[in-house]
Design a protein around this ligand. Structure first.
Ligand SMILES: [Zn+2]
Length: 161
C-alpha cells in the first residue's frame, strides 16, 4: 500500500479548486495523440473523455490511452490503442499487479506505464520504459520501499518498488 499519513487527513479537494490543471506526462520519447479517461490533465494533442463520453474514444484513434484500471475496463472492445496505455493509480487504489498487466496486454497489446497520482491529480511517481519500479518525482509525497540505485533508463530519482 503506497499511503502516507497525509492521505488519511480529510480530503480537502475544495481547497485545491484553483490549482492549475496538471500537465500530462507522456511516457514515450515522442509526442502522441492522448485520450485521457475521466481525469483532468492538459497537454498538446490530448483530449479528455468523461465517463459519459467513453463511446467517442474509438473515433479519436488514440496512440496513448490513459485512465484508471476501472475506467479502462469500461471501454468497449472496439477501442484500439497503437502505442501505450497509462494506468493511473492513487493512494485509494492498489498498485498494478502482474495479473493486471497480463490483462492489459491481452486487451490492448501495447506497453503499459503506471503513474501514481496525489489527491490533486498530480503525477508524483511514474514508470519508465524499463518497468522496474516507479520514478518518484516528489519524495515527500510517497511512502514505501525506495531504491536509490540508478535506473537502466539513466534517470537517477529514487524509485518506488
Ligand atoms: Zn527508469
Amino acid at each position: 500500500m503506497r499511503a502516507s499519513p497525509a492521505d488519511f487527513l480529510p480530503r480537502a479537494n475544495h481547497l485545491f479548486r484553483f490549482q492549475p490543471t496538471p500537465k500530462f506526462r507522456n511516457p514515450l520519447p515522442h509526442p502522441a495523440r492522448v485520450a485521457v479517461l475521466a481525469q483532468r490533465f492538459t497537454g498538446g494533442n490530448l483530449r479528455i473523455f468523461s465517463a459519459s463520453q467513453f463511446g467517442f474514444v474509438s473515433a479519436f484513434h488514440p496512440e496513448i490511452l490513459a485512465g484508471s484500471l476501472a475506467a479502462l475496463r469500461q471501454l468497449s472492445p472496439e477501442v484500439l490503442v497503437t502505442r501505450a496505455v497509462v494506468i493511473f493509480t492513487d493512494s485509494c487504489s492498489s498498485p498494478i499487479t502482474q495479473n493486471h498487466r497480463d490483462w492489459l496486454w491481452r486487451r490492448f497489446a501495447v506497453p503499459c506505464f503506471e503513474q501514481f497520482l496525489d489527491t490533486r491529480g498530480q503525477v508524483i511517481a511514474e514508470e519508465c520504459h524499463v518497468h522496474s519500479g516507479l520514478h518518484v518525482l516528489l519524495p515527500k509525497a510517497v511512502s514505501g520501499t525506495l531504491t536509490s540505485v540508478e535506473c537502466e533508463c539513466g534517470r537517477s530519482e529514487p524509485r518506488l518498488l
